[in-house]
Write a protein that binds this ligand. Structure first.
Ligand code: ZN
Length: 695
């Protein structure tokens, strides 16, 4: 591991925060160095601290400890990510024989320098009880790889030297802080403490030294593992074919979601690379990799065990479906047994978490992770990938030794985590995946915006790359780029549709909400309507709807969790206009297809509904493709400018209102959230036009 300390950069950090104590600015600098190293810490893992003497509001000098706050990532931490606490007071807590986690957090909050600070790390007292100015703590892969082996103490001393202290696994919190302080005081020559199945602390009075000790110890472990791997005979590999993701991922997603009593649907994330495939192809892969977490705080993200899926002997989809159902059922039973065993053993009352895996090891395919949010699925994949690499590296040294389940349970069912359950607002469409075709137009802006605001992940597709990118970028700017993706797709071309659906499945695992919205317009009376143009309009407006419904149906079938198709139809279906035959007829055909789909897909609990919108001109600077074609003609016929035309349409409806893309978005969210048991219905979003009342 490279030592990245650079004194110029350190000085720059001091200059960047002129109002902060110099030591805190250096703390920010080396914390970021640690946080940028994924082999040291992942996603908010690890913590660091610094002790400073500062002058308070009364002009009195005080010792303050700044410790990483929860919710901050070391890689991007700022001074305000380090809540400051009264050090002398915290040290007095050592006199107590015991301290519950709840009371400890209360003591932290009541002794903060700044009342609006985040909660300091649960490992704060470890930092406070040690005397050093700078303390660095990570869950370094290479260190836990060595600690997670049987009888590892002689090995740790051999590899890391004799200036280390070693502690068995102890729950983070007050007991760990006492144990660390006692161990250090017995031998103050130590500059590092290794916590088995957990991680490493290094400490010094200079930021640079504490950081360099961390890099040095981790490097020793890494070099030792690399050497062992190099000299060990390679493990036999089994040849495996890659299962078809179009089939497997929706089946897995369905199995994840199906048993959920809250109707939660999950985001899936597929991670595939040579190292992962090689690890999964090892003859001993299942035995080695289906084992517990590297460090217990991963259990919240990944559960303790991954689920093993091997389709080598499954010839068809039916067999794959059965295998997934069986493996999920067995996993759930093992999880339930663990939960009840530990409830009885620890004599506590806890709310059971859902018993489904978060990490699936699919031989021949890769890591498939699941999360209630997309971010959670990605975090689980990052952790799983590091875990896999660590277990493979460790296999060259000794068998893997996982942490006993009582400690895993204590972490997974930690009272402070349990207290968070059921709190916090869950968006209406959390966990849902949506595809909106015609994604480069005004109405798609409104639909995408409202779906994203309701918590769905949104794929936008369009044949026009430029317009698509414009809408995607706008929505990504508002909702973050992890939640909105784009697919260049021609809805009229079945091959293009199939390719895009395959990509969508690989990226998200499945689909819940399909919004056929792509449409084109052409103004011509029947006698002037060119046959080729008519076919083109039919191909997009009618066949395009057919193609995407056809492509989505196997996904809905495999997931078996229901779904929604919401067709952006048109007021023209009920109230056609002259010189608009190609559009009105093709839209009427699509509308009828929607009703047929409602009949055919009801057994799958897929609802199909239509929205008849009218006169939506633009949204956030994105024009409507329809009005780009129709507008000039209508303006000419009525001798109006663009503003006049909008006003004309506003006055035409019963409510005298302007119809916006967001209104269509609201209607889509209403249907997608299954607010009423409705299918085959038409909802007008047009301000009220009597001629277009559904009948
Ligand atoms: Zn830790």
């Amino acid at each position: 591991m490279k030592n990245r300390y650079d004194s110029n950069q350190a000085q720059r950090s001091i200059n960047a925060y002129p109002d902060q104590p110099e030591a805190l600015s250096l703390r920010v600098y080396t914390s970021r160095l640690i946080g940028s190293e994924a082999d040291l810490v992942l996603h908010g893992g690890g913590n660091t601290s610094v002790k400073c003497r500062v002058t308070d509001i009364l002009g009195e000098e005080k010792d303050i400890i700044y410790v990483k706050g929860s919710g901050w990532d070391l890689g991007s931490i700022e001074p305000q990510g380090f809540p400051g606490l009264d050090l002398a007071y915290l040290r007095k807590l050592r006199r107590l024989g015991s301290l519950t986690d709840e009371e400890m957090v209360n003591q932290f909050r009541t002794h903060l320098v700044n009342a609006s600070s985040p909660n300091p790390s649960i490992e704060t007292l470890v930092h406070a009880f040690l005397p050093h100015t700078f303390i660095d703590h990570t869950h370094a892969d290479a260190i836990v790889t060595l600690t997670n082996t049987p009888d590892c103490e002689p090995l740790l001393k051999k590899v890391l030297g004799d200036r280390i202290g070693i502690l068995p696994f102890i729950m983070p919190g007050f007991p760990l802080a006492l144990a660390v302080a006692d161990l250090y005081e017995k031998n103050p020559a130590m500059d590092c403490i290794i916590l088995l199945n957990h991680g490493i602390f290094t400490f010094a009075d200079e930021a640079k030294t504490a950081y360099e000790l961390m890099i040095d110890y981790v490097s020793r472990a890494e070099n030792f593992l690399a050497e062992k791997t190099r000299t060990k005979n390679p493990v036999a590999a089994l040849g495996t074919a890659c299962p078809d993701t179009d089939i497997i991922l929706p089946l897995i997603r369905g199995a994840m979601s199906l048993a959920d009593k809250n109707g939660q649907t999950f985001h899936l994330h597929l991670r595939q690379n040579e190292k992962i495939l090689a690890a999964l192809g090892r003859a001993d892969a299942r035995e080695l990799l289906v084992s517990g977490v590297l460090t217990p705080d991963h259990v919240i993200r990944t559960k303790n065990y991954p689920l093993w899926l091997d389709f080598t002997h499954d010839g068809n989809e039916q067999q794959m479906t059965r295998r997934i159902a069986d493996e999920f059922a067995a996993y759930g039973e093992r999880y339930d047994a663990y939960f009840h065993r530990q409830l009885a053993a620890q004599k506590v009352v806890r709310t059971k978490l859902d018993p489904k895996p978060r990490v699936m090891l699919v031989r021949g395919l890769g890591l498939v992770t699941a999360g209630e949010t997309r971010q959670a699925a990605i975090i689980a994949a990052d952790i799983a990938e590091h875990t896999m690499a660590a277990k493979v590296a460790g296999a060259a040294v000794a068998p893997y030794r996982e942490l006993e389940e009582s400690s895993i349970f204590a972490m997974e069912y930690w009272s402070l985590e349990q207290a968070k359950l059921g709190k916090g607002h869950k968006p209406l469409l959390a966990g849902r995946i949506a595809l909106v075709t015609g994604g480069g137009g005004a109405i798609a802006c409104g639909i995408g915006r409202k779906l994203l605001a309701a918590g769905a992940r949104v794929f936008l597709s369009d044949i026009n790359q430029e317009r698509l990118a414009q809408v995607r970028d706008m929505l990504a700017g508002q909702f973050g780029s992890t939640m909105v993706s784009s697919l260049v797709m021609d809805v009229a071309d079945s091959r293009s549709v199939q390719q895009c659906f395959s990509r969508l499945i690989r990226e998200a695992g499945g689909l819940d909400i399909l919004v056929p919205n792509a449409g084109i317009a052409h103004v011509a009376k029947l006698q002037d309507l060119d046959e080729k143009i008519f076919y083109k309009v039919l191909n997009v407006n009618l066949m395009g709807v057919f193609q995407v419904i056809k492509a989505a149906t196997p996904i809905f079938t495999r997931q078996a969790t229901g779904g929604n198709i919401i067709i952006n139809s048109s007021k023209n279906v009920f109230a056609p206009g002259e010189a608009f035959g190609a559009y009105s007829a093709s839209k009427a055909g699509a509308h009828q297809l929607g009703k047929i789909a409602a009949l055919e897909l009801a057994p799958l609990k897929v609802r199909v509904n239509m929205i008849n919108a009218d006169a939506i001109f633009d949204d956030a600077g994105v024009s409507s493709g329809l009005w780009d074609v129709v507008g000039p003609d209508r303006m000419k016929a009525r001798k109006l400018d663009p503003a006049g035309l909008k006003e004309y349409y506003r006055q035409r409806n019963l409510l005298k209102t302007e119809v916006l893309a967001d209104h269509v978005g609201n209607a889509v969210v209403f249907f997608a959230a299954n607010q009423t048991p409705t299918t085959g219905a038409t909802l007008p979003v047009d301000g009220g036009i009597m001629a277009a009342f559904p009948r």
